[in-house]
Every structure is written in C-alpha cells, then in structure tokens.
Design a protein around this ligand. Structure first.
Ligand code: AHG
Ligand code: MN
Ligand code: MN
Length: 343
C-alpha cells in the first residue's frame, strides 16, 4: 500500500526541509500552525455546507457587506469560523475579509504574531442554495512594520509578497489547494478520518487550452479586446484560431479555477461598461492575488489584460480588479489583444 501523506505531515516536512537542502525548512513553525488552523476551519465550513437545509445554513441573512451585497447565512458563518479558529493561536497580527469593512485585530487577551491573513470566507455565494460547488479563498502575508500596532496599510502589499495562498472547494469532494511558493499541492478531505490527504503534487496547467470561462451574458458590455478574443474562440475550427472551443461558467471562482488547475483553461472576469468606474468585479486581495499566485505556481499566468496581477500595488483593502488567468498562451494572447487595441 502506498503511504498516505496528511496535510499535517506535508507541512511538518516543509518546516523541517529536505536533507538534501541541508535541513533548511521552507516554512517557519508559525506559518505551519496558521495553515493547519485555516485547514481546520475549512473542515468545519465543509461540514456546515454539507448539512444544507438540515443545518439551517441556507438562505439570506438580514445584512449587507461592505460591497453592498446581501450576505448569505453561510457567508457569515464561514467568516466567524475563520476568525474564531485563527484569533487565539498567536500566529496572526490581524485578519481581513470580504465580509468585514475594516481589518480584524487579534484581541488583546491573545498573543500577537507577524502574519496577516486575508480571506473570502465563502466564494460563490449565489451557488449555496442551489447545491453547486462553493469555497473559501485565503492569502497570507507578513507584517513588515516593526512594533505591536497593525493598520490597514500593513495589508496593502502586492501579491508578490504572499508567503502562502490557497483555497478549499466544497464540491462532490472537499479539496484544499495550497502553495507556499514551491508549486501547488492538492489535499482531499477524508471525511471518516477527518484529515486532508495529499492527492496531487506539482500541479501543472497545460500552456494551451480549448476551454474558456466567462459570463457570456455580459458580452455586450465588454471592452473590444475581450470581445475579439471570445469571438475568435466562438468562431471555432473555421475561424482564426483553427480549433473548436468549449465553454464552462460555474459562477464560483474557486470551482472555475479548480477546473483550470485540473485540466487547463482560461478564466476571465474582465472590466465591463456596466460600472465603468470599477476595474472589475473580483477583489484583488482575497480573490485575484491568491488565485493568481496559485495559477502562476502551476505554470499558468494571471493578468488584468494590461499588467500582471501580482505586481499591482494595492491602495484599498477591498479594491477590485479585472482578471484573466489560466493557461499561459491564452492569457498572453488576451494581453496582446489589449496591447494591440491600445495602439
Ligand atoms: P462571492 O460569492 O465571494 O461574492 O464571489 C462571487 C464571484 C466569483 O466567485 C464568481 O466567479 C463571480 O462572482 C460570478 O459572478 P456572476 O454572477 O456575475 O457571473
Ligand atoms: Mn468570492
Ligand atoms: Mn465571498
């Protein structure tokens, strides 16, 4: 029987480092603790999701979040689970979430660490009640300023500064996908054992693809380079691309990105004219940055169409961004169409 490697073992071995590398570990103990805690929180969220109507977790709450979106009960439950799991361990300086306007400071009664944790506690909220895959997305950075205080400014670092990022998708299987900057690993939740088991290492996204993901109902609002790219895909074998394309749109970024990490593809949520003042729908700090880094770590690319997502210097915690990510050659093509259009 091949030996099963749990997430715990995987992280301990990363902390210890390989003998070949002289025993120098790649993740510090506090980061290992943080990732264990996030995984444990995802396990609880997974349980709540699975109960559905029987657990009273479906439907809307009576509140709005900072982006003016009606919160679902599970948005709030998942947010609370992540906060309660993480606030007392001593590994964090502060947290930020899609569901909270300001940053969440670790209460005074607990020790403070150096890590900053950002999350989208429940991604794909419109899919909760219809029993379609949803997930949790997270990103970890280090607080760079000295001393005990933490401010929103500490969070405003580009995605290149992430030290860990990942997501957990609650679908037919619950799968945790993680990078600490050494490729991407996937762990499947063994519900009987209650532990995440390593099921794929060195995840790679094929450079070419014949599958795209975009909300086609917005087509009339897109910018010309996006329309050009999709029209060429739709033209199929006899069009300029010379091949037929397939389309998927799950409306949960976690599920769409999970498919791309599994079999390739390109995902786009571009700027559109509905709200011209907004750069896009998705949030930079806890959606685009962690997903962008995962995709890059798997050999893909992540761009706004005009620049690399991870290079963006954020100016606001909840800032939005246009997203094109996935198979490298397709993302580069979309970027080229943007450049050609600007000329
Ligand atoms: P959230 O549920 O965290 O607000 O995020 C939903 C996002 C993303 O997951 C998905 O790709 C996109 O919104 C779907 O948007 P449309 O409903 O506009 O297609
Ligand atoms: Mn989301
Ligand atoms: Mn969300």
């Amino acid at each position: 029987m091949t030996q099963r490697i749990s997430l715990t073992r995987y992280l301990i071995e990363k902390q210890r480092g390989s003998r070949d590398a002289g025993g120098e570990g790649t993740i510090p103990p506090q980061l290992r603790l943080l990732l264990e805690v996030v995984a444990r929180a995802c396990k609880s969220i997974s349980l709540a999701v699975t109960k559905g109507a029987l657990g009273g977790v479906l439907g809307a709450a009576e509140s709005e979040n900072v982006q003016g979106e009606i919160q679902k009960k599970l948005d709030i439950i998942a947010n609370e689970v992540l906060i309660e799991a993480n606030e007392w361990g001593g590994h964090l300086a502060a947290m930020a979430s899609e569901e909270m306007e300001g940053i969440y400071l670790v209460p005074n009664r607990y020790p403070q660490g150096e890590y900053l944790l950002m999350f989208d506690p429940l991604d794909g909220s419109s899919n909760i009640d219809v029993n379609v895959s949803i997930g949790t997305i997270f990103s970890v950075m280090v607080k760079k300023t000295e001393g005990p205080g933490v401010s929103e400014q500490d969070f405003l670092q580009p995605g290149t500064q992430q030290v860990a990022a990942g997501y957990c998708v609650y679908g037919p299987q619950t799968t945790l996908v993680l990078t600490v900057g050494e490729g991407v690993a996937m762990f499947t939740l063994d519900r009987e054992q209650g532990s995440f088991v390593l099921t794929q290492e060195n995840v790679r996204i094929p450079e070419d693809t014949q599958e795209f993901a975009i909300n086609m109902s917005n087509m009339r609002h897109w910018a010309p380079p996006v329309t050009r790219y999709i029209e060429e895909c739709l033209a199929g074998k006899t069009g300029p691309r010379g091949k037929d394309f397939n389309m998927r749109w799950i409306a949960s970024m976690v599920a769409d990105v999970h498919r791309i990490l599994t079999r390739g593809g390109v995902f786009m949520y571009p700027w559109d004219q509905r709200e011209p003042g907004k750069p896009g729908k998705l949030r930079l700090m806890y959606e685009a940055n962690p997903m962008g880094w995962l995709v890059e770590q798997a050999g893909g690319a992540a761009s706004t169409g005009t620049e690399r997502i991870l290079d963006i210097q954020p100016s606001q915690l909840h800032q939005r961004v246009s997203v094109v990510l996935g198979s490298k050659n397709e993302v580069e093509r979309v970027a080229r169409y943007h450049a050609e259009h600007q000329k």
